[in-house]
Design a protein around this ligand. Structure first.
Ligand code: C6P
Length: 416
């Protein structure tokens, strides 16, 4: 059944808020999404009825909490079509998942003059861990170009991947351009030279049906908070067998098998990478978020976003004095829509629309390489989710008209 945003909105208490005297239009979903009541209640329920540390105690609460936590590993695995629950590691966020691989796989497998291939549309979370790895190992970084239509220049990437390439790390969906990258094709190129393909799924896992086996990647990382779940929970999936090849990232309780004075051995599977008490309550509430999304159906989530994104791009482009970045082909993009209003700095735009209760993001979106490529200091970004409706896009357009009126022809990029 198709998504009925007007119905769904009733599940999101925060959407009842008025901001500056206007109903909240929350269009900053690529940053983080709002949480439905069942997710919020799941946190309270856990603390009121099940709170205990997991994998340790054998009393009833500990057993219940452990089961509830481990059940979410299965749900997260199912969400991305993974084969084994044991290939899912819980982290704090996508950023930590990527850092984990850079440390645990990268340190052991890269050396001087090896190459790491990224793209210019990566989020800093998918750049900086590899820069740090390069600094530790002497490996080199290469960045694939973007075409004027906002798609990855696949030929540039193909030429870049060669015998020196040890790993390729690419976003599945850009948080700025919305571009969906052809991961299966990139996997073929990467595996042809025996390198590892890491996919930053922070923007795809919340919005598209994902199947890691069809994508053919080796690692897939995403964050709960961008898909109705709480902050503080990330997921790292690695293809079967890969986690076993990797050394631990952090040491401490729960990640060990045997500890002796001279050294320790490690726990099996994902537990080797989950040192210390994990974020139990938030992982469990993330399970509720996954249930919520799956009741809706990820195909339906995608269809709704295609519809509202096409509506927004059309409206922005026909309003005049607005530049929209990213692909126009709706099949090749998701719902993060970056734009600029001629002569008005994105921060001013964001402040003006906020006065009308509209939340968009302004800035470099943690993608400074991409800003440099676009030759802009910053952009505005509206990004959509299941509860967004066309009238919110209309409200944004009206508020943008106000921004144009207020700033007239002043070019704030050159103004001092
Ligand atoms: N992008 C945005 O407003 P964390 O912070 O670890 O949950 O996610 C990092 C991250 C990694 N990759 C991509 C493609 C992302 O979009 C993000 C988060 C937010 O665009 C916050 S900067």
């Amino acid at each position: 059944m198709s998504i009925q945003p007007a119905q769904l909105r009733k599940d999101f208490p925060i959407l009842e808020r008025q901001i500056n005297g206007h109903p909240l239009a929350y269009l900053d979903n690529a940053a983080t999404t709002q949480k439905p009541r069942p997710v919020i209640e799941s946190l309270v329920h856990y603390y009121e009825t099940q709170n205990a540390n997991i994998h340790r105690g054998i009393h009833t609460l500990a057993v219940e909490a452990t089961k509830a936590y481990e059940d979410v590993r299965a749900k997260a695995s199912k969400h991305i079509g993974a084969t084994n629950t044991e290939d899912i590691v819980f982290t704090r966020n996508t950023t930590e998942s990527l850092n984990l691989v850079a440390r645990a796989w990268g340190d052991a497998n890269l050396q001087e003059d090896d190459e790491i291939v990224l793209s210019l549309m990566e989020h800093h979370s998918n750049i900086v861990p590899w820069q740090l790895l390069a600094a530790r190992t002497g490996a080199r970084l290469r960045y694939a170009d973007i075409a004027p239509n906002g798609l990855l220049q696949i030929d540039s990437l193909r030429k870049m991947i060669g015998n020196r390439t040890k790993l390729v790390s690419i976003t599945h969906m850009s948080n700025v351009l919305g571009t969906i990258n052809p991961i299966a094709e990139i996997a073929e190129m990467t595996h042809a030279v025996g390198a590892l393909l890491i996919v930053d799924g922070a923007q795809s896992a919340p919005h598209l049906p994902v199947d890691v086996n069809q994508l053919g990647c080796d690692v897939f990382a995403f964050s709960a908070h961008k898909m109705l779940g709480p902050t503080g929970v990330g997921v790292l999936w690695a293809r079967p067998g890969l986690l076993a090849e990797m050394d631990p990232f952090l040491g401490g309780g729960e990640m060990i098998s045997i500890v002796r004075p001279e050294g320790s051995t490690w726990a099996e599977g994902p537990h080797k990478f989950e040192a210390g008490t994990p974020n139990i309550a938030d992982v469990i509430a993330f399970g509720t978020a996954l249930d919520y999304l799956h009741d809706l159906g990820m195909e339906n989530v995608r269809e709704h976003e295609k519809h509202i994104t096409a509506y927004a791009i059309d409206a922005l482009e026909s309003s005049g004095g607005i530049t929209v970045h990213g692909p126009r082909d709706i099949e090749a993009r998701g719902g993060a829509v970056s734009f600029e209003v001629d002569g008005v700095h994105p921060h001013d735009v964001s402040t003006i629309v906020d006065a009308y209760g509209i939340a968009i993001r302004a800035g470099h979106h943690c993608a400074q390489l991409l800003m440099r490529y676009l030759n802009v200091p910053a952009t505005n970004r509206a990004s959509f989710y299941i509860y967004n409706e066309e009238h919110e896009v209309d409200a944004l357009l009206n508020a943008l008209e106000e921004a144009k009126r207020m700033f007239g022809n002043v070019d704030s990029r050159t103004a001092v």
